[in-house]
Every structure is written in C-alpha cells, then in structure tokens.
Design a protein around this ligand. Sequence first.
Ligand SMILES: Nc1ncnc2c1ncn2[C@@H]1O[C@H](COP(=O)(O)OP(=O)(O)OP(=O)(O)O)[C@@H](O)[C@H]1O
Ligand SMILES: CC(C)(CO)[C@@H](O)C(=O)[O-]
Ligand code: BAL
Length: 282
Amino acid sequence: MRTVHSLKELRTILRGYRQQGKTIGLVPTMGNLHDGHISLVRKATEAADVVVTSIFVNPMQFGANEDLDTYPRTLADDQEKLRLAGNTLVFAPTAEEIYPEGLARQTRVVVPEVSEGHCGASRPGHFEGVATVVSMLFNMVQPDFAVFGEKDFQQLAVIRKMARDLLIPVEVIGAPTVREADGLAKSSRNGYLSEEERAIAPTLYRALETTVAELASGRTDFEALETEAQQTLTGAGFRPDYFNIVNSQTLKPATAEDPELTVLAAAFLGTTRLIDNLSVRR
Ligand SMILES: Nc1ncnc2c1ncn2[C@@H]1O[C@H](COP(=O)(O)OP(=O)(O)OP(=O)(O)O)[C@@H](O)[C@H]1O
Ligand SMILES: CC(C)(CO)[C@@H](O)C(=O)[O-]
Ligand code: BAL
C-alpha cells in the first residue's frame, strides 16, 4: 500500500490503474481511523479494483470555534489499519496542496435545501466546506464509486445531491453506522470524552431507539416526541443541539404520511459534540 501527499503523484498512479482498466473506489476521511472507517474501506474493496482512502482534515468545514487544531492526526496508525483492510493507496495532502491560494480565494460549492437545518443550522458554512472538498476529491481521484457513512446522514444527502446536480459520474454508496457494544456510534470525537462522559454517551443512541419504537407503533405527535427525547438527554447530562424527526429523503420535518422517517440528533457532552441518527419505515 502506498501513501502519496501530492496531487501530481496521485494523478500519475491513478492514470496507470485506469490504463489497466481497473475501477477506482474512494473513501474520503479526516483520519484517526476506527472500525466505522474500515467498514467503508471494506465496502469499497467489494465494489472497486483499487481503493483510495483520503486523509485530510479539511479546514474549510470547521467553524472558527471548532476543533480544527486539536482534531487527532494519527497517520502511522491509520496507514497500518488501511493496509490490513486491503486499501490500495492513501492520499494525505497538505492544506497547501488542496487550497494553494488559501480558503478565502477558493471557489465554493453550495448545496441548497438539504444543507439547511440540523447540522447545517448549528455549523454555518460546514456543508459548503464538505461539498467543496468532496467535489474536489471527486475531480482529483475521478472514482467510479465513493463510500460515505450513514452516521453523517445529512452529509451523505448533501453529497448525493451535489454529485447529481454537478453531473459527476460517481456512484455514491452509503454504509451503515458501526457502533460500540453499548450502541454509541463510533466516532473520532469519542476520544475527547472523559470516563464519566463516555458512560453517559450511549444515552443518545437509546433516545433514538425509544423515539423510533414510538414512531413504529404509529405515533405522529412528532414535536412531543422530540421534546421527550430532549428532556431525556438533558436529564442524562447532555446539552441537546437538535433532535429532529424528518422525512428520510428531503430531511424536512416529518408528516404523518411519510413512508420512511429518520431521527437526526446532535448533542454536547461537555465540549464534545456527538451526532447520530436512526431511520424507520412505517
Ligand atoms: N461509526 C461509523 N460507522 C460508519 N461510518 C462512519 C462512522 N463514523 C464515521 N463514518 C464515516 O467515515 C467517513 C469519514 O468520517 P470522519 O473522518 O469525519 O470520521 P468520524 O469518526 O465521523 O469523525 P468525527 O468525530 O469528526 O465526526 C464519513 O463518511 C463518515 O460518515
Ligand atoms: C467527507 C469528509 C472527509 C470531507 O472532509 C468529512 O466531512 C468526513 O470525514 O465525514
Ligand atoms: N464527520 C463529519 C466531519 C466533521 O464533523 O467535520
């Protein structure tokens, strides 16, 4: 498995694979890899001959008061995990390689509607940063397939729409959320939790499970369900950011007629912001 840091090297190697008629899968990440990321890599190896995992902590998607500087960077460990998972190539560029003229002068990709609300409301500019860097990664790698986790449900919806609207010839594949034994969604940011916070953290998943069970039983008083869940989270020691029951396709507020609903949630434990979601067909 090779690691490249420059776009020039990446393009040279990928040209070789294409000349051999090989299909290419892309797994975009910010590194500090865990079993969730590795499940995406394995899925990509099933779909494509060659798998490129990118590791780039993208400054454009971080807000001014967020954790860009402290975000864990663990390239050597990540490389070993990727090698064991059957990954072909690691692309780990510097910020200068991706944004040579700096963020202020970079063309940006805005995805309307689906970027609004939920994480888009709490993290202004976040999905613009994600859509911009992912469209650049699609241009750099020109993958046949790209795999993203359903843990970041709104992000997956934004990327699907962006690829469709910009006519990018890539098949976007969603992969199920990988969880710890107690239900907590695996996430690099779980590493920020204290022992006490880690013990509370699975309450987020349990609140989603409770809400989904109520929805499956036919309840349609969505706002009351959202309030109940937020009270549960607050009682457990969280500071809820949002807890929204939505139409799984549009991510707009749920209606009683929707055939599939998704519950999207984000909540803080101390300074750590966790997100998770669960879907239910009715
Ligand atoms: N538990 C998980 N199961 C499946 N996919 C996941 C999981 N966690 C992250 N992913 C996916 O991995 C890709 C890279 O995500 P990222 O590097 O931000 O990891 P992360 O653990 O979600 O980090 P963060 O804590 O910053 O949210 C995204 O497509 C994301 O949805
Ligand atoms: C898709 C992504 C790699 C873009 O920076 C990031 O948002 C992530 O890790 O989910
Ligand atoms: N996993 C989403 C990337 C972010 O939180 O910035």
